[in-house]
Design a protein around this ligand. Sequence first.
Ligand code: F6R
Ligand code: MG
Ligand code: MG
Length: 387
Amino acid sequence: MLAKNNYGVMAVTLSDIKADVGSVAGHVIPHPKQIKSIKEILKEGAKSKRINDFFVSRVGDDIHMIMLHNNGEGAREVHGLAWDALSAASEEAKKLGLYAAGQDLLKDAFSGNVKGMGPGIAEMEFEPRKAEPIIALMADKTGPSAFNLPISRIYADPFTTSGLVIDSRLNQGFIIEVMDQKEGTIIPFDLPAELHLYLAVIGDVTKYTIKRVRSKNNELGTAAVLSTDKLSYIAGKYVGKDDPVALLRAQSGFPAVGEILQPFMFPTLVGGWMRGSHVGPLFPCSSEESNPTFFDGPPRVVGLGFMINKDQIVGVEESPSVGEHKPVDYFAGEDFQYAREKAMDIAVYMRQHGPFMYERLPEEDMEYTTLKQVLEKILKDKKVSVE
Ligand code: F6R
Ligand code: MG
Ligand code: MG
């Protein structure tokens, strides 16, 4: 754990642990009883000081638990609490006969850390500044590499983040840690010096994801963390979607909120739509509006903003109390309507391809992994050799 910072404030850890543990009428929306059971358990966790504060949100069928504490990354007490909360929501789903109850909980017993057990995790320990604005980007019906392009724009493109040119702290650049999904190895890139090499790697969204971004300014530390686990690599087969989350610190030496949000005006094409096997545009929307309806999509992204004030989370709620926060829902409202309309045009265009690539993902990237074996078996008997 980090010591106290320059302002004499204890280092804090922000953890977003998320999972799909069942939903109503398709892979669409969790039931309110699931959210209620999660809140009850996390409130108990706050009472017993395992966490300081939290709020619960959702995008599509994924429940996100955003928790503030002082236990560091990968802490047993926090991960255990999150596992208990998700297990309770999963039980609730089973009782209510919800769809895909318990989907992302791949193991039966908790063994110290939820990593590799199914839920997605983005966690960062840092020394909070005097004012600490945070953005959580939560996506549904896509995979961890959905953020490769937007995050690259935010930290490496001066045409997006003008602070890279104008602000002397941003001007020093960032280290972006890239993960090789299959090997599980990390490759750090020093930006902007290694920009071209970085783009050569990160542009391959089938292999690489961004794990962490660090400021090169000594005082600032971690800028962003992302969840990177691919569920099918954990389970060895398709079991559900590894819909990702990113946590980003904003302003005062980090990209401004508006610089972080700008890339989402462009509906990036991402993999993971319908059956984890199609390509679609990233559709920015509010949490409320995040029910995936058109061909189980299009892939959604929700952006939530809140402050960290010592051991408290502060949103726009009238009377803050533990677990009951109302973050700013950035993609609600008119501004991003432009991107939504554009995304729908692209979505309809992509769907005209039906089962043809590149609307359908190439075989090795499809989440439903049995097609290859089925086809091999059937085609073996049907094939006739040509003279
Ligand atoms: C994608 C997703 C859905 C399902 C699809 C089929 O992440 O969750 O698109 O893949 O609805 O679901 P099953 O196989 O449960 O019938
Ligand atoms: Mg689901
Ligand atoms: Mg989902």
